[in-house]
Design a protein around this ligand. Structure first.
Ligand SMILES: [Zn+2]
Ligand SMILES: [Zn+2]
Length: 427
């Protein structure tokens, strides 16, 4: 990858017109929005907004394999049902890296970062008073990367992880659910898209349904990983695998999300917890997170070894956290008859996994995809697991970078230099 030192760039030379929604209409909508916000701002001071600076900085992804640059933005403003968060920390996740390498297409330019903690500094005008009551100004919060709208057919059933507007607007268009971004460059007002909330910035706008209160005992930096790594692990273990006490669990790939899976498996009472990776350093650390067995897949056949550990049967649950065809296959071959092969690793767009159909049918193998978790149900629970020490956050976060080092953090992640999870401290 052509990562390099962070270089401030002129928007005019690098701004690429995206296929969607960057029109004069959007610019005029933006100016209308600002007028509305101004009138709200002068009429209602109880929902916050006073005393905020007029601009902020955010880390912008411009195009694949180019470094992130730090740019100045007009202060983003929340709309109804949204909150403005003063960001304290943002995790360094492979999903952002997939976008930055062009492996997963996403609208650009965009502000990346989707695993945050921070402080509530403003509510959108006309937000439900109950939301303001739940998240008073000054609340310490953690944000989930899947930001449920709360109203679609999936959210209505509690399936926040399948929220239709989240996928239709945020993942497909880089906006919030009115089809607009909240991010505009300070210099020329041009819009910039948002990967989730665009959390790698000094402030971010988040739908309030994606936010949960962070207890005072939990530090901002370490707790950032609750919003994606731990959230994804919890969703995989609680909803997809439905791990029961005594289950045997194998986790293939023990990076930030995989190592969180080990801790959640331990919390749920799994008996044998088998960590599979190709780096001895990660496997050594896996034991701290609850692994009872470790397998270095570069030196041993992980399937044969898992069968040996489980008396020839295979595990009740195998989790694939890398998103590669080879590990997809290892995952499906590691489970016992009737077992669950849970896929949580995002792959390069277009990647295919193979499965022996007859084994799938006759041995009733379950292959289950799992993406994130259910913000409104899960975030408070996993925050509580961290608060009580059942989930150890400080061991999970191995390294902290400054905001100015954001590009270096992703460069290190790309080079496999981060054991566990790294976090970027913003302010
Ligand atoms: Zn993530
Ligand atoms: Zn929804």
């Amino acid at each position: 990858m052509a990562f390099a030192a962070i270089v401030r760039r002129k928007f005019t030379t690098h701004f690429k017109l995206p296929s969607l929604c960057f029109t004069n209409q959007l610019f005029s909508l933006n100016s209308q929005t600002q007028k509305q916000v101004f009138s709200f701002h002068t009429e209602s001071t109880s929902s916050g907004g006073d005393g905020l600076p007029s601009y902020m900085r955010g880390a912008v992804f411009w195009e694949p394999n180019k470094p992130l640059t730090i740019e100045e933005f007009r202060m983003p403003r929340p709309k109804a049902g949204e909150v403005l968060i003063k960001t304290k920390a943002c995790g360094v996740c492979h999903s952002d890296l997939h976008v930055m390498k062009g492996e997963i297409p996403f609208s650009s330019p965009c502000v990346v970062g989707h695993e945050i903690t921070g402080e509530i500094v403003e509510h959108g005008p006309l937000s439900d008073p109950k939301t303001v009551e739940r998240l008073p100004l000054g609340s310490r919060v953690v944000g989930a990367f899947i930001m449920p709208c709360g109203n679609c057919s999936y959210c209505s059933k509690g399936h926040d992880d399948l929220c239709e507007p989240f996928f239709a607007y945020n993942r497909a268009k880089g906006t919030l659910y009115d089809g607009e971004t909240r991010l505009f460059l300070r210099s020329n007002g041009k819009p910039v898209f948002m990967y989730s909330m665009g959390g790698l910035a000094e402030y971010c706008v988040v739908p309030a349904n994606a936010v949960s209160v962070l207890p005072k005992s939990l530090p901002y930096n370490e707790s950032a990983i609750l919003g994606c790594a731990v959230f994804t692990a919890y969703g995989a273990m609680a909803h997809a695998a439905q791990v029961r006490p005594g289950d045997s669990v194998a986790v293939i790939g023990t990076g930030g999300v995989g190592s969180s899976c080990l801790q959640i498996a331990r919390a749920f009472g799994a008996s044998d917890i088998i960590a599979v990776d190709v780096q001895d350093e990660k496997l050594l650390k896996a034991k701290i997170f609850g692994a009872t067995h470790t397998i270095n897949a570069a030196k041993e056949d992980p399937i044969a070894k898992i069968l040996e550990i489980t008396g020839g049967k295979g595990v009740d649950v195998a989790v694939e956290a890398l998103g590669k065809p080879q590990t997809f296959s290892q995952c499906t071959h590691s489970v016992k008859d009737g077992g669950k092969a849970v896929m949580i690793g995002l792959a390069q767009a277009g990647s295919m996994g193979e499965m022996d159909i007859n084994r799938l049918v006759r041995r009733k193998i379950q292959i289950i995809g799992s993406y994130g978790g259910r913000a409104r149900q899960d975030l408070p629970k996993l925050t509580r697991l961290a608060e009580t020490g059942i989930f150890n956050l400080s061991d999970a976060v191995s390294r902290t970078y400054t905001f100015e080092e954001a590009d270096k953090a992703f460069q290190d992640l790309n080079e496999g230099k981060i054991v566990g999870r790294a976090v970027i401290e913003i302010m």
